[in-house]
Design a protein around this ligand. Structure first.
Ligand code: FES
Length: 173
């Protein structure tokens, strides 16, 4: 078999040069595909995003006892449905500080955030911690035919929140 000559500048044979070139091109293509996929996943183009909203059934009313806040979801957004004085209220369970999920503390009647010690009272108003000045986002809530229904509030009510939070609330989880 004939021995290939080394290129004096690169010190590669022609075959090795082509193999390396093909490998580099494949690597770049793969990186492009993976990177593009990740970008599209985290920042989907507007035409692929589905805006959410409107009334949704989230819980049977019988599963929302007085003085308790029960967890549910609205288009993938974790929410808490609280019954007080016979009436239901609903809040986003997403802490507006950095997105941890708040829980209901029935004894203290507030919503503590497990991450950085913020807490919110039963009206969803921030009482302390780095979530200030943001309150838990209230949903509209009502009962109909034995079900609790919630709806996103009017868009103006979202304006007070940070942009990542508004995005999550408008496009769901
Ligand atoms: Fe809730 Fe930081 S995420 S206080």
């Amino acid at each position: 078999m004939e021995k290939e000559e080394l290129d004096p500048e690169t010190k590669y044979t022609r075959r090795r040069f082509f193999v390396l070139g093909a490998m580099a091109a494949s690597g770049a293509a793969l990186a492009g595909i993976v990177g593009g996929g990740l970008l599209a996943y985290f920042f989907p183009p507007k035409r692929f995003r589905k805006k959410i909203g409107g009334w949704q059934k989230v819980k049977p009313a019988g599963e929302c006892p007085e003085g308790q806040a029960v967890a549910s979801v609205y288009f993938g957004i974790p929410i808490l449905v609280l019954r007080e004085g016979g009436k239901v209220k609903a809040f986003s369970a997403v802490c507006p500080h950095l997105g941890c999920i708040v829980k209901w503390d029935a004894e203290r009647k507030n919503f503590p955030c497990p991450c950085h010690d913020s807490f919110f009272n039963a009206q969803g108003l921030v009482q302390k911690g780095p979530a200030r000045p943001y309150n838990l986002m209230p949903f509209e809530a009502k009962e109909e035919e034995g079900m609790v229904l919630v709806s996103l509030p009017a868009p103006e009510k979202l304006k007070a929140y940070p942009s990542w939070f508004r995005f999550a609330m408008q496009y769901g989880g």
